[in-house]
Design a protein around this ligand. Structure first.
Ligand code: TYD
Ligand code: MG
Length: 458
């Protein structure tokens, strides 16, 4: 029997202390430290069970051939999902998918399992949260109940690994969710950081030794982080987050970390009565229901990874009765808004200091590109002046503190997408006009003042 040792572990970042304290020094979280019992020597390494054959062996980098050189992938055929993983799940790798409860993680992964099973691969879906009957009901609702997916309602990692090791190794194993798993090597209660880390470690080892692609579902805390196991994010090969607004039907799967592919890709889905449907043309979805005649809206030609995405930016500027006017932002960086407001005031002659400002990205999307500055500025000026922007125009460009409009990446892709969706005019930074699409006039702006003057002249 291993020696039991009491430790105090921060449930938010995994820092370990030898006595209790109110505040974690590593992550500054209050009341996050919980006493956990750990059998000595078990939680930090798989050393005891690691096969010793390859220990200390070295391989020449240039001599690696075949499988070792290129990550062997298993595409599931759901194009939006394969895009995010970089072309398919990588054999022997572990992907962590986080997301709010009820967003559709289990639905998406059941659909992925069913698609792979249809290709004749061995796939297993392990649920620690639902009974087999409930999982089956969902599959029935998705019209996938006849697929050869192995289901299990199990939470003990050793049992799971033992069961899956029989027969041919599975191509894909889904663990829903990692917070419900527990391993016998650790004495703490399920859901604690030590348990989650220990279970993840065992599953990662299983993935590496059998060449199975493992997907771990992770719960998300109120502030959007994958609950507890930040440490797990460092252990796995890829992390993706499944986002969306309960009030909207669309969902976005966003790659956050990927050892085998791009990290800025997104996959767009729509939640329907029979599961998640792919959205191959998201710009059309995000622009649907646009009110062309409304002042304060501008279309931003953005990029999400390698994919252009047009979204509508809405601004409302109204005289304020408060000493300190309100600035409320949904879907964009509030600091960035503050900067655009300051530049408009200092270099564009636009006085917004006594106005409340509300800014939102239509459809509940989150935009993080500085290239949205110009579209935000256009929406603000349009709302203040009460004049709608020309409906056939798109905007993109970064605004510098001097008021200069600075070039942004991938202008040709943005213009192409705008053209495809029927826009005739793009207001953009200088110097990229030569790449303009035929049938779309590209007007380059040097300074924020030109934007303001252009809107005033309308
Ligand atoms: P679920 O996959 O259980 O979410 P998670 O695993 O992320 O907690 O999905 C839950 C929601 O999705 C639930 O509110 C019902 C809805 N849903 C549909 O709208 N259509 C469907 O076909 C399915 C299966 C679920
Ligand atoms: Mg679920």
């Amino acid at each position: 029997m291993a020696k039991i040792q009491q430790t105090f572990v921060c449930q938010s970042c995994g820092a370990v202390y030898n006595r209790w304290r109110g505040r974690c020094e590593a992550c500054n979280g209050w009341n996050t430290i919980v006493e956990e019992a750990v059998s000595a020597g078990s939680q930090t390494g798989p050393a005891a069970t690691r096969p010793s054959r390859a220990r200390g062996r070295v391989f020449p980098l240039e001599g690696l051939t075949g499988e070792a050189r290129e990550a062997p992938r298993v595409p599931c055929g759901i194009a939006e999902l394969d895009r995010v993983t970089g072309g398919g799940f990588v054999r022997g790798s572990v992907l962590l998918i986080g997301g709010d409860p009820g967003i559709g993680k289990s639905t998406l992964l059941m659909q992925a399992c069913a698609a792979l099973a249809f290709q004749g691969e061995r796939v297993a879906y392990i649920s620690g949260e639902e009974a087999v009957g409930q999982v089956r009901l969902r599959a029935e609702r998705l019209g996938l109940a006849d697929r050869a997916v192995e289901l299990a309602a199990e939470t003990n990692v050793e049992d799971i690994v033992e069961t899956l090791s029989q027969g041919r190794p599975p191509a894909l194993v889904v663990i829903d969710s990692i917070q419900t798993m527990w391993t016998e090597t650790v004495e703490s209660a399920p859901g604690t950081v030590t348990q989650v880390r220990g279970s993840a470690q065992a599953l990662i080892r299983f993935a590496k030794t059998t060449g199975t692609a493992v997907i771990l579902v992770g719960h998300v805390t109120k502030d959007g982080q994958i609950a507890g196991p930040r440490v797990v994010e460092h252990m796995v090969d890829a992390v993706a987050s499944f986002e969306g607004d309960q009030g909207h039907h669309f969902r976005i799967l966003r790659a956050m970390k990927n050892r085998f592919g791009p990290t800025d890709e997104i996959g767009v889905f729509e939640m329907t009565g029979s599961g998640l449907a792919e959205v191959p043309n998201p710009s059309a979805l995000f622009l649907a229901g646009r009110d062309h005649a409304a002042p304060g809206t501008a279309v931003f030609a953005g990029m999400e990874g390698t994919r252009p995405l047009l979204v509508e930016i809405q601004a409302l500027v109204a005289p304020s009765s408060l000493g300190m006017p309100r600035r409320a932002v949904v879907g964009w960086d509030p600091n960035r808004l503050g900067m655009v407001l300051a530049v408009l005031e200092a270099h564009g002659g636009v006085r917004l200091g006594t106005h409340d400002v509300y800014l939102t990205i239509a459809g509940g999307l989150r935009v993080s590109e500085p290239a949205a500055d110009l579209a935000v500025a256009a929406a603000l000026v349009s709302s203040l002046s009460g004049a709608a922007l020309p409906p056939e125009s798109v905007y993109f460009g970064e605004i510098g503190l001097s008021g200069a409009i600075r070039p942004v990446s991938q202008a040709p892709a943005r213009l192409k997408e705008a053209k495809k969706l029927g826009f005739a005019r793009a207001l953009m930074p200088q110097g990229r006009g030569e790449e303009a699409e035929r049938g779309l006039s590209a007007e380059s702006l040097r300074h924020i003042g030109e934007l303001v003057a252009g809107i005033a002249a309308n």
